[in-house]
Design a protein. Sequence first.
Length: 673
Amino acid sequence: MSERSAVSRRALAALLVACLGGAATVSVASAAAAVRRATGPTVTSLSVSTINRDESIPATIHGSGFASGAKVSLGKGISTAEKSVAATAITVRLVVARDAAFGARTLTVTNPGGAKGTLSRAVHVDYAPVLARWAVGDGAVNWRTSMVRPDFFVAPALSFSGAGVSVASQSLAHGGRLDVGFTIASGAAPGWRTMRITEGSASWTVPDGLRVRLPPRVTSVAPLGQGEANQTVRVTGSNFEVCKSKEPAVAISGSGVSVDSVSSALGNEMYVKLTVASNAALGPRDVTVTNCDSGGVSTSAGVFHVVGLPTMTSIPPIALGVTRNEIVRGTNLTPGTTLAVAGGDVAFSHLDWLSSTQIRAMLSVSKTAALGLRDVTVSDTGGGSTIGTGVLSIDPLPTETSDSPKGIGANTAFVVTVVGTGFEHGALVSIGSAGKKDTALLLSPAVVDSATKLRVVVAATGAATLASTKISVTNPDGGVVSTLAFTTDPAPVLHVASSATTTGALGVTFTKPSGSPASEVYSIKACTNAAMSTKCVKASPFKSGHVLTGLVAGDKYYVAVIALTNGSYFAARSKVVGPYLASVRLHAPVITKVTATSTALRIAFTGSSNGPKAQSYTARACLDAAMTKSCVTPSSYRSGATFTGVHQATYYVRIFAVASAGYLTSSSKVVAT
């Protein structure tokens, strides 16, 4: 028997005993109430079947056995506030959290005594209300969208946080779908707005219900002249929207200018085709752009201009046979402006409109074009044109007749003078071959003394090789000539060491540079600074393997050797190497005491006063003053050290300072024991 059946039977038994025993009269209603209390609540239905996140709605629970103080639960994310409790009905307000779990919920009613009644799948939690299109632009008027959920019986009231958002229209379509139109005030703050929906006693609060976007802004539109038809112009600005099936709408103020089409917007630019009537008023026009998605709209004042006839004021000079990009300047220039020169020997192509005063164009001049000043006709597609008289100069090519010197050796620098014709101020000089500059040569800017002479400083680095190349002169007008031969010669490779035989000297060897003549003569220079300017000693001619003398013993020197100019071979200098010590004779050590036994000697001495810190010494002991008989010679001898190998006799001793790089040996006087 179930617990619920046992309770019922006990209640009925108690009631019968009370009646049969003559107790106080018990009404049928009281008995029924006792039965209900004993059996607990029963839930049969809920007045709402679907609720949404962010929703607040009143509801009624139907059933039986509900006791005063009963509590209602629909699980996590749904709060319930009981308003009234009767035996067969409970009224509550349900508030659904934004993160409430999606899906069916079980409703539970719990009486104060703990008895519970449940109804499974009592209500279904749906997602929060959302607009099908939720981003609306600043300035939009009756921008249309619809509510995705929920469905409504009557059109609800909509309101939004902040200022500038208003409902222009709304209506219920088939199935309870809400269609609504919004109008956004100009200057409304951009960003998300909280949406409040009220339908009777139900309401929804959606934190991110509608987003206000910035309106499109136009900063510039390429100008056009009168009579230009279906001409593509660039529009720059910001906040232009990209849509799949349509483009932003563009309108031009005033009469005489029509918008033929609009290309794809790219966020900060788009292209439109405009037609300007031949009698359209000159001057600035306002441009209005309406975005294709959000409906945002704004008008930018005076950003498009209808301009008058184009003119050409200047074109950089250009030489015969040259093709290159140039910036040409004028007034009232438009994307439809064209340029032409009579005669067919000069052509403009690939025109790129930059502004109303500048166009970038590819200018080509034939090798046989007429020299001198030429007229340029400037036209618009509408037919208007002007002639720029003498604005283009066609120049002859420069010529070269001589250069001096005609070459350079490694690690040297010279002023090279070029003589010719047609040199222009600003001319560039380069040295190389096959279109490649010689990277071992460094050139200063050219100094153009006249149309027939220019000068340039050329410095050859140690990387210069044996090569024959050419000097090129390129004028600012593009004219170039490269007819003069120029040679480069490599450097000798130098090896230096302190002399091992001569004080105040360095031993020098070097290898001849490749290509140098067999009779090449060399000079040498040694100085005490790397700039080769102080305490210098020179020798010429100088042969490899010889000793450079005349230096200050003990000083350190930097050295370079120069292969002198010989016919077509130009002087080349080795790298400056060093510093190297000019050989110095060590000061003689001085014996201070000699101690002798029958089998050993100890010699105390003072070392060379000008020796290096690690100076080493040797000793010698012999039976004769000539230091030749029965000699004992310990190496690496230190003052006062004991050495053996002697017997009882009179010995003659001497200390030697050992030679090292840059230092020549010396010895003490002979001392008898």
